[in-house]
Design a protein around this ligand. Structure first.
Ligand SMILES: [Zn+2]
Length: 266
């Protein structure tokens, strides 16, 4: 295995499934060549816990502050005020995850849309990029984002699984693209392979989205089926092959892209 220096831009490291061995998970990631990780905040508790984790691993872990569209119902005035305060912290590198998810509709769509607006306003206020989630809601998502785009300090469409048309729309809006192990799934992710070469190198990043989305083609899969950041090089290698570049080249460009968007120092 060639040494890499990758950044996992989306890992749900506060998830319960990491409670018993979180330190070992972080250590395995570092051993595998993951030099920095951004811990996804998806509601109030995970945002608070993610920031706490980042504070105890300075320079290695960073956090996002936000409420996943599933939890939009929980975005009260008080929580929004708290997020506004938390988002100014130096360990918080983005606002989110935020966006729209019409696949599960766990919060009513109008509530999701309002929460999305509030996040975009917050990101503009604190001048940090947005960490965006979209599933089965492309048109509404683009329409809302377009209203705010000029005020935003950039953003990443995390866990991109869409079509070429959707990709082109995001690139036109000057967004970065986050690719997960979805691309390693020959049943539902192979359409992503030919799209990889269409994304400018300075806008393409990788993420595990662990504990979810364990790459389907891992040579040896853990019995737990839990995904973790140590598997990021496997995902990166798949993207590199699809782009026709070496793993080292891809590691260098994706890490530079992540640092440029999130400004995490070196
Ligand atoms: Zn997401």
């Amino acid at each position: 295995m060639i040494a890499s220096s990758l950044i996992d831009i989306g890992i749900n490291l506060t998830h319960d499934s990491f409670n018993s061995d979180r330190a070992a998970v972080i250590e395995r990631a570092v051993q595998a060549g993951v030099v920095q990780m951004i811990v996804t905040g998806s509601n109030g508790p995970s945002t608070r816990d993610g920031i706490e984790l980042a504070r105890s691993h300075p320079g290695l872990l960073f956090a996002t502050a936000g409420v996943h569209p599933h939890y939009s119902k929980e975005l009260t005035v008080d929580l929004l005020a708290e997020l506004r305060q938390l988002a100014t912290g130096p360990e918080v590198v983005a606002v989110g995850e935020c966006g729209l998810d019409y696949f599960r509709d766990l919060s009513p769509r109008p509530v999701q849309q309002q929460a999305f607006h509030r996040h975009l306003e917050l990101a503009a206020l604190v001048k940090k990029p947005v960490f965006l989630h979209q599933r089965d809601a492309h048109e509404d998502f683009v329409a809302i984002l377009r209203e705010h785009r000029a005020t935003l300090a950039g953003g990443v469409a995390h866990c991109f699984t869409g079509t070429r048309v959707e990709l082109q729309k995001y690139l036109e809006m000057d967004l970065c693209i986050g690719i997960t192990g979805w691309i390693c799934d020959e049943r539902r992710g192979s359409h992503l392979l030919p799209l990889m070469a269409e994304i400018p190198a300075d806008r393409l990043m990788v993420e595990t989205d662990g504990p979810y989305l364990l790459p389907r083609d891992l040579p040896s899969k853990p019995e737990s089926r839990r995904n973790e950041p140590a598997y990021l090089p496997h995902i990166a290698a798949t993207v590199a092959r699809a782009r026709g570049v070496t793993a080292e080249q891809f590691s260098a460009t994706s890490t530079a892209a992540a640092r440029r968007l999130f400004i995490m120092g070196s």
